[in-house]
Design a protein around this ligand. Sequence first.
Ligand SMILES: Nc1nc2c(ncn2[C@@H]2O[C@H](COP(=O)(O)OP(=O)(O)OP(=O)(O)O)[C@@H](O)[C@H]2O)c(=O)[nH]1
Length: 337
Amino acid sequence: MNTASVASSLGNLNLWQQFRLVAMRTIYFGVGLVVLVLAGILVAQSRWLEAGALTCVALAFILTGVIYRNELAPQWINFLFICALGILVSVSMTSTGMMGVYWMYPVLAMVFFMFDKTIFVLVIMLIYALFAAVMYKFLPFEYAWRIGLSMLVLIGVGGVFLMMMSYMQRNITKLYATDPLTGFYRRDYVTDMLQQSLQRAERTMQPVSAMMLDLDSFRSVNDKFGYMFGDEVLKETAKRILRYCRHHDVALRSGGAEFLIIFPNTDIKQASILAGDVLDGLRHEPFAIKSMMTTVTASAGVAQWRKGQSWADWLERVDTAKDKAKSEGRNRLRIAQ
Ligand SMILES: Nc1nc2c(ncn2[C@@H]2O[C@H](COP(=O)(O)OP(=O)(O)OP(=O)(O)O)[C@@H](O)[C@H]2O)c(=O)[nH]1
C-alpha cells in the first residue's frame, strides 16, 4: 500500500517543519542582533574593517528573516550563512584564542534547525572539521581535544533530539492519517494524494480506477453480535481487502463500513475483476470471531477516471455505482458508465 505520498500530502501536519520555521525566524533575527552588537563593540575600538564585515553579515541575517518569515529559506542561503559564521568564529579564534570557542557551540546548534536531514549530516561534519582544525592549530592540545569532545557530545545529543522529532512526526502523521481500527488511510487526509494520482495518470496516460465498497446491513451485524464483534468484522474486512490489493494500490476507510480503494494503472476491466475478487473474498468465507460466526456480504461500485474529470466527480460516479448495487438488492458489483 502506498504510504510515501500520504506523508507528503500531510504537509500541514509536519510539526518539525513548523518548529523549524519558528526557530529559523528567531535565529535570523537573534543572530542578526547579536552580530550587530559585536559590530558596535568593534566600532568603539575603531576596528572599522571588521565592524563593516560583521554589519554586512548581521544585515543579511535580518533581511533573510524578513523575507522568509513565513516559509523556510532555501538550503543554499543557510549554507552561505553557516559558512560565514564558521569563518567569523575561526577568525575570532585566531585572534582571541579561547574566547572564540564560546561561539562555536551556538553555531553548531543552529545547524540542527537550518538543514533538512538529507544534507544536515554533511554540513555538521564540515563545520565540525573546520572548528576542530582551527582549534588544534590555535589552542593548546589539552584544551583542543576536550573542547572537540564536548562538541561531539553536543552533536550526539542534537542527533538524538532529531531522531526523536522524526519518530514523533511519523507517529503523529500515522495517527492523523490512518483509521486506528483498520489501519487504512482516512479519506479526509488524502485529498492531495488523490489529486496527485490523477495528475500522474494524466502525465503517464495510464488509466486509474477506484472501487467503493460498503458492507451490507452492517447495522444488523452490530445489533445481533454487538459492536465489538462489528469492530472485528471491520478489521477482518480490511485484511481481506488487502489480500487483493497490489503494492501501489491505496486503501482508505471512507465511512463506518465503507472502504475506498484506488487502483493506479488499472482500467475498468481489471478493476472490476479485482473488485469481484474482493466481494468473493468476503461472501465466501464466514467471519468467525471467538465463538461467534456470521456471513457478511458487500456492495461495490467501480469507475475508471475520465481524462479531465475532477477527483470529486470521479468518486461521485464510484459512489453512485455503489448505491446502485445497494438499491438493486445488495451483494453485487456495479460498474459506472
Ligand atoms: N462496530 C462498528 N460499527 C460501526 C463503526 N462505524 C460505523 N458503524 C456502524 O455501521 C453501520 C453502518 O450502517 P449503514 O451503512 O448506514 O447501513 P447498513 O446497516 O450497513 O445497511 P446498508 O448499507 O444499506 O446495507 C451503523 O450501524 C454504524 O453504527 C465502527 O467503527 N465499528
